[in-house]
Ligand binder design. Structure first.
Ligand code: CA
Length: 438
């Protein structure tokens, strides 16, 4: 059930002035969680919440005795270096903490007690928000699957299983890094289509994939499953995810078991986790399948899910080359994909993941798959924008790209905005490409 409550009231204002500014990603209606330490310090990372351009460390809220009941228990679970213990507690605790933080941070709240404890975001390093045990990457955009499929298999872009099963592969958790961490161009086996044999070399078709990342809350026991109507009790929240992809390595290695080294060298995520509860105003009906498409199998659908399984999120991916950065120009926006076009919902992904008895655990993470809309300016990967490298992108300063070059910075953002609700944002997921070690 999607429940709106007073924390979503678009009229709410915070005593933190920057939170009330138009276009701010972190108004009082958002309150995403993260893990931070003071910039450049050897402090132990700890939990915090974003408000405007400031962060509020949960240690101060607990130490001042400002929370009670489940909210206090929840905040205590977020005092350590990862949010996994908070994720494990479940929606009652998350919701109690959100409600009490909202009361403390709104006009007339606990300004006197907390004002001096706020730290500007510019003075902190955001850390990995969770110890990610397992990472899975889905493939839930039918537009992306069709566009990418055409390039790898022109005669047969969408395989016969696509409309029946949320396709995914198990990814690599150890190489997921938080925004700001550079990504190193991988070496790998490359085989030109007309070559007899592969050679080892630096990837020269390096790409990004614009995705939504999902953090799992309470898990399920191995051998147990999660009903579609219970799926939301197992989702803590969302971030922006860049699934770096080495297209030339991928093309040679991916059959028959799927991507391996083409994907596992690096993945970058935004540091703030926007909770499922914060997303309540932006829940929507699921993707309306065209006439003639199969209906989902019973375990992947329900009336409640049909009505509210969708999420209204806009994403944006931009590139800032070294030259763009040195000249102080704005990053060049390549695409603004929309999440509402996703063929499979985040709830279907989770239910399907557990449907064979796989145990999900707090802090597990999955990606939606590249998000691409139907329009040319809504594509989530360079593979699609450049039609497999056949067409190049021209930047306003005259530079061109087909795939990413060393020194390029990829910047992804996401936000939710509509009439009658407060705009909330996800912050940024950014990373610079470093040269390969050849
Ligand atoms: Ca992907």
């Amino acid at each position: 059930m999607v429940k709106l409550n007073e924390t979503h009231d678009p009229e709410l204002k915070s005593w933190v002035d920057s939170a009330n500014e138009a276009g701010c990603d972190f108004p009082i209606q958002n309150l995403p969680f993260g893990i931070f330490k003071r910039a450049g310090s050897d402090d132990l990372p700890r939990g915090c919440v974003a408000i405007g351009d400031q962060i509020l460390a949960l240690t101060h809220v607990v130490a001042n005795g400002l929370l009670e009941g489940k909210a206090e228990t929840a905040a205590e679970a977020a005092l350590g270096p990862t949010l996994n213990p908070l994720m494990a507690l479940g929606a009652d605790h998350w919701s109690a903490l959100r409600a009490q933080l909202s009361a403390l941070l709104r006009d007339g709240g606990a300004e006197a007690a907390l004002k001096d404890t706020l730290v500007p975001m510019a003075e902190v390093d955001m850390c990995m928000p969770a110890d990610i045990g397992d990472y899975t990457d889905f493939y839930a955009s039918i537009n992306h699957a069709t566009n990418a499929g055409k390039l790898f298999r022109p005669d047969n872009p969408l395989l016969p299983n696509y409309k029946h099963i949320p396709i995914a592969y198990h990814g690599r958790a150890s190489s997921i890094s938080v925004s700001g961490t550079p990504a190193k161009r991988p070496m790998g086996q490359l085989k030109a289509p007309d070559a007899d044999a592969p050679v080892v070399g630096a990837c020269n078709r390096l790409d990004y994939e614009t995705e939504l990342g999902v953090f799992v809350g309470p898990g399920n026991e191995q051998g147990e499953t999660i009903a579609i109507d219970d799926a939301e009790e197992h989702i803590f929240g969302f971030c922006v995810l860049n699934d770096w992809s080495a297209r030339d390595i991928q093309a040679w290695e991916y059959q028959p078991l799927g991507p391996f080294l083409a994907k596992n060298f690096a993945t970058t995520i935004s540091p703030w986790i926007v909770t499922l509860e914060a997303m309540a105003p932006y829940r929507a009906s699921v993707y309306q399948r065209p006439e003639g498409d199969p209906v989902p199998l019973p375990y992947l659908t329900s009336d409640a899910h049909e009505k509210s399984g969708g999420l209204e999120i806009v994403l944006e991916v931009a590139i800032a080359t070294e030259q763009i950065r040195s000249e102080g120009l704005v990053p060049h926006v390549i695409g603004t994909p929309v999440f509402k076009d996703m063929y499979w919902s985040v709830f279907q992904m989770l239910t399907h993941h557990a449907s064979g008895g796989c145990n999900l655990q707090p802090g597990d993470f999955y990606g939606s798959g590249t998000i691409s809309g139907t329009e040319p300016n809504q594509l989530g990967s360079l593979l699609e924008v450049t039609v497999g490298g056949k067409e190049s992108i021209e930047f306003p300063n005259g530079e061109t790209r087909t795939f990413l070059e060393d020194g390029d910075e990829v910047i992804m953002r996401a936000w939710c905005e509509k009439e009658g609700a407060a705009r909330i944002g996800f912050g940024e997921c950014r990373s610079i490409i470093l040269p390969a070690t050849e």
